[in-house]
Write a protein that binds this ligand. Structure first.
Ligand code: NAD
Length: 460
């Protein structure tokens, strides 16, 4: 693949202005919707082959999310695309101002393997809606989904508009040498740094959707059964390979034992006594990640689970207690179905603990107490907060989703996706009528009088 030639062709197509009209954008989004619906079975099979995703989970977290995003975007796009009127001070009257949403041009979207369809196509929806061309790089670690995604895109769009480049690190690096107009990357913080360094060469703006350890705090007033179910659900979907999965628990010591017991019951209720034979439980993506996760198991006391099968890439949902804070499982992003449970006795200390750690993508809190919720929101930094549930804050149509600090920069979903792929361009139009001379040299007004007139003319 000649990446330079591909980007040049896309840039020429963008410069033809074909991608700008509202009706063009909506028509392409509807075509994308139809293409996904037509290939639903193929996509679900690919997700099953790559990650053993059950169809219900794959639909809810991958296809269904993208289709919902398309419907919402098609409906709201006329409103989002309207130029916004801007205020002008007396100094610039007569005249008028607007803020015009301008597509960047040619975007590169690089996706990860854990939600290999959704995390490539949700940004694509925003990219098309904003009037850009796009080059997609799916993850090589979900090869079946990558192949179906490439087939779907090639059958639906011309390559000069939307292209797919399959492959691994080399393919990504070859693409990153090119001059794109914006970059959208989802993946690990380490690779995110390389992407940002590559973007710096061309001063290309970046959105980085990264990962990290998302803590989940459980206070002693939280009802055990529903709390346990919601934590286990967020932790075990896709076998824990979810960027916003609760990474570890911070639990009030007085309820630690009953909460662990309730979570063990929830795991049993979801996946039966032997999750290996459950059709609803996923697998680890590859042997390298399996070995990495298996090495965490001896780093604490296994309160529940702990069984593994290398040949099946299977790790049982596992709860670890008595884990030292310096153990690798508490220092690295787990990204698998292993849940360390750390006790706390004092909420102040918990806040201090969170403040000392890198800003997570998500922060979870289970409590009925309004003041505790407000303090967490006001005194900690994270991509987002979800109280009394896990993961569902991703589903709000117009809630921006993204990280801060170590967990990333920029946000998307709904209107935020449109903004993410748009440059907000102010356009000021002045009349040629009337031209008071006081602003031009030579300055005749005394300095004090000049300042007063200037502030009055600025309206400030
Ligand atoms: P990764 O960083 O290894 O790979 C992501 C993509 O980057 C892949 O397409 C890969 O081919 C490509 N890549 C690899 N090396 C590259 C390089 N040197 N330069 C440019 N691109 C390169 O991430 P992953 O293992 O696929 O995904 C797991 C990570 O992603 C976790 O940290 C997880 O938390 C994070 N994640 C974040 C979100 C989010 O929305 N914030 C969502 C899913 C995953």
């Amino acid at each position: 693949m000649n990446c330079a030639a591909l980007v040049e062709r896309q840039r020429a197509y963008f410069r033809s202005h074909a991608t700008r009209p509202l009706e063009f954008r909506r028509a392409r989004l509807r075509e994308l919707q139809a293409a996904i619906e037509t290939r639903e079975r193929e996509l679900l099979e690919a997700l099953q082959a790559d990650l053993h995703k059950p169809p219900q989970e794959a639909y809810a977290s991958e296809l269904g999310m993208v289709l919902g995003e398309i419907r919402h975007t098609v409906r709201c796009l006329p409103n989002w695309m309207k130029p916004r009127r801007g205020h002008l001070p007396l100094l610039t009257l007569p005249g008028r101002a607007s803020v015009q949403p301008d597509p960047y041009g040619v975007a590169l979207i690089v996706g990860p393997w854990n939600y290999p369809f959704q995390l490539l196509f949700t940004p694509l929806v925003g990219c098309i809606a904003a009037g850009n061309c796009a080059c997609l790089k799916p993850s090589e670690l979900a090869p079946h989904t990558s192949a179906v995604a490439a087939k779907l895109i090639r059958a639906t769009f011309s390559e000069e508009y939307i292209a797919v480049v399959e492959g691994g690190r080399e393919a990504a690096e070859a693409l990153l040498e090119q001059r794109f107009d914006t970059l959208f990357f989802t993946g690990s913080p380490g690779v995110g740094r390389s992407v940002m360094a590559a973007a710096a060469k061309h001063l290309t703006p970046v959105t980085l959707e990264l990962g990290g350890k998302s803590p989940c705090i459980v206070c002693d007033d939280s009802p055990l059964e529903i709390t346990a179910r919601r934590i286990v659900w967020g932790k075990t979907m896709n076998a824990g390979q979810t960027c916003v999965a609760p990474d570890y628990l911070l639990v009030d010591r007085s309820i630690r034992a009953p909460l662990v017991a309730a979570m063990a019951r929830a795991i049993g209720a979801f996946y039966g006594p032997d999750p290996l034979s459950s059709p609803d439980y996923g697998r680890i993506v590859n042997r390298w990640h399996f070995d990495r996760l298996a090495a965490y198991l001896p780093q604490g006391h296994i309160a529940h689970g702990g069984r593994t099968s290398a040949s099946e890439l299977y790790i049982e949902p596992t709860i670890l207690t008595d884990v030292p804070l310096t153990a690798p499982v508490m220092e690295e992003e787990i990204f698998g179905p292993i849940l360390p449970v750390i006790d706390f006795t004092d909420f102040e200390e918990t806040l201090a603990f969170l403040r000392d750690r890198p800003s997570p993508l998500a922060l979870y809190l289970f409590t009925k107490d309004q003041r505790t919720r407000q303090r967490l929101a006001a005194e900690t930094r994270s991509g987002g907060i979800c109280v009394n549930d896990t993961v569902v804050h991703l589903l709000g149509k117009d809630l921006p989703f993204g990280g801060v600090g170590e967990s990333g920069m920029g946000a998307y979903h709904g209107r935020a996706s449109f903004a993410c792929f748009t440059h907000s361009k102010p356009v000021v139009e002045r009349s040629l009528w009337g031209d008071p001379g006081w602003r031009y040299p030579p300055f005749r007004r005394a300095f004090g009088s000049f300042k007063r007139v200037y502030q009055w003319m600025l309206g400030r």
